[in-house]
Design a protein around this ligand. Structure first.
Ligand SMILES: Cc1cc2nc3c(=O)[nH]c(=O)nc-3n(C[C@H](O)[C@H](O)[C@H](O)COP(=O)(O)O)c2cc1C
Length: 172
């Protein structure tokens, strides 16, 4: 790609990180990450997502790890951001989920830009009821979208993408 800038670099360089060093994630960095999520686009600007942060010494981390086959990543993380949709703020199922995705990606790019690693833990939402119980969050009102595991990267991630031509319905 000929033109680039910090945003493009962050998008292209971010990889899922599943191993973290012992260094804690600072509250300042978490504030910036949450702010990046807050400024995600949402349908009708309804901002239906809600956040819960767990540090690694939180008593809920171990029971949360029991909710997913990726529990080792939950335990390894130095901080976890749980993102929910608030049913009292939603208006359209597909658009609210799309908004949550934008929010999640904003946070992961912000984390990357701060030198942190993160991974989107989606498998855990299959155990929705168990997670909400462990977190003591109302299942009538909230729907879990993701748990983002965060920490200082212990090594690099790697992944591949298909060729652009495979995504295109028509040449451009
Ligand atoms: C909706 C969604 C769910 C995901 N769930 C998990 C998960 O449960 N566990 C995990 O380790 N990674 C999960 N990932 C991360 C993907 O495996 C990862 O983004 C993909 O392999 C591409 O790698 P990259 O992020 O390093 O480019 C998920 C990603 C998305 C978008």
């Amino acid at each position: 790609m000929s033109k680039t800038n910090q945003v493009i670099d962050a998008i292209l360089e971010r990889r899922s990180i599943r191993k973290f060093t012992a260094e804690p994630v600072s509250r300042d960095d978490l504030s910036i990450i949450l702010e990046a999520g807050r400024w995600a686009p949402s349908g009708l600007n309804n901002q239906p997502y809600r956040f819960l942060v767990l540090y690694d010494d939180d008593a809920r981390v171990d029971p949360l790890a029991e909710c997913t086959k990726y529990g080792h990543i939950v335990k390894e993380a130095k901080a976890l951001i749980c993102i929910f949709l608030d049913r009292e703020a939603t208006y359209n199922e597909m658009k609210d989920h799309q908004g949550a995705g934008a929010c999640i990606q904003n946070m992961m790019l912000a984390a990357h830009s701060l030198g942190l690693g993160s991974v989107w833990l989606g498998e855990i939402i299959n155990q929705q009821d168990q997670v909400l119980e462990v977190l003591d969050v109302s299942s009538d009102r909230y729907e879990l979208q993701v748990v983002i595991a965060l920490g200082h990267p212990d090594g690099q991630g790697s992944s591949k993408r298909n060729e652009l031509s495979e995504y295109m319905l028509e040449d451009f």
